[in-house]
Design a binder for this molecule. Sequence first.
Ligand SMILES: Cc1cc2nc3c(=O)[nH]c(=O)nc-3n(C[C@H](O)[C@H](O)[C@H](O)COP(=O)(O)OP(=O)(O)OC[C@H]3O[C@@H](n4cnc5c(N)ncnc54)[C@H](O)[C@@H]3O)c2cc1C
Length: 298
Amino acid sequence: MYPAPFRYYRPDSIENAIQLLSELGEGAKPLAGGQSLIPVLKLRMDEPTDLIDIGRLPGLRHINNENEIIRIGALATHAHIGKAGVISHIPIVTDCANGIADAQVRSRGTIGGSISTADPSCDWPALLHTLDAEVICNGPNGKRTINIRDFILDSYTTALGDAELVTEISFKTPQKLSGGSYIVFKKAAPAYPTVSAGIQITLAEEDICKDVRLVLSAAGPRPVTSDEAEAVLRGNKLTNDNLEKAAEAIIAASDPTPDSRGSASFKRSMLHSLFIKAANIAISRARGNNIIGAHEYV
Ligand SMILES: Cc1cc2nc3c(=O)[nH]c(=O)nc-3n(C[C@H](O)[C@H](O)[C@H](O)COP(=O)(O)OP(=O)(O)OC[C@H]3O[C@@H](n4cnc5c(N)ncnc54)[C@H](O)[C@@H]3O)c2cc1C
């Protein structure tokens, strides 16, 4: 199907994009890589009157390490992030970036577009929870920083205000003795995830957890976290028993939707095995081992 007619604008600066969005109002939408928005337009699930193409705006594609803070411009594509040298020592990020869809989607889709969509099965909104990431937004009232936990409010709902754009995502470089893993279960590479699990851990010593962040994705309307599950591991020995208890606690907080990808009980069972696998890879990486993460396909 063809999209409904719309007017197309290509502003040359962030300021002009924000001004256009303000002036044109509710019917205007930013367009970045188009990998979520164009299918929505073609299915006529949305009919914006005006598209503001931000895809070629300067200054939004950087991937830098500034004093141990990783800064990723909103227009950095999944492919750029997956190959970026400054990210290569943070394997949970490369697990995520390189596992999204296929090469075509990865070369167009952007991290800013992914979190702005807040699709419950998309990877970046969940993954960024494991790194306590901050989202930098620019709008008519200037710049503000929102923690990812407060940015993703619900299914397809973010804290973005009117005419506000995501311009950057930032997070601290993980400390020494840290490791992470993010694993997706999906039908095939170009398919959206059925369910996913991520864990970022810092060790105090060989078997003791100093700090941890856990997340499940496609397991509820927004990324699933659990203070209770993290408390099971933090400060304690990383025994199989404790990993099982943490898995049980976070899965109890999930609410996967039954759909063509699987029943709720099938998804819970997959979440359990992904969680345990991701935890073991994360612990091994934190101990300095080089483990190639692998998504699971049907
Ligand atoms: C076949 C297929 C398979 C896919 N599989 C996966 C997968 O396995 N995992 C996964 O995570 N994703 C997957 N995706 C989604 C993909 O990652 C998209 O690239 C991403 O969700 C949106 O990024 P975009 O740059 O293309 O955004 P667009 O499609 O251009 O925009 C998406 C939405 O965000 C808004 N927006 C875009 N940029 C900004 C910004 N900077 N500030 C404010 N609002 C903004 C737009 O107005 C629009 O509402 C898949 C997509 C397809 C087509």
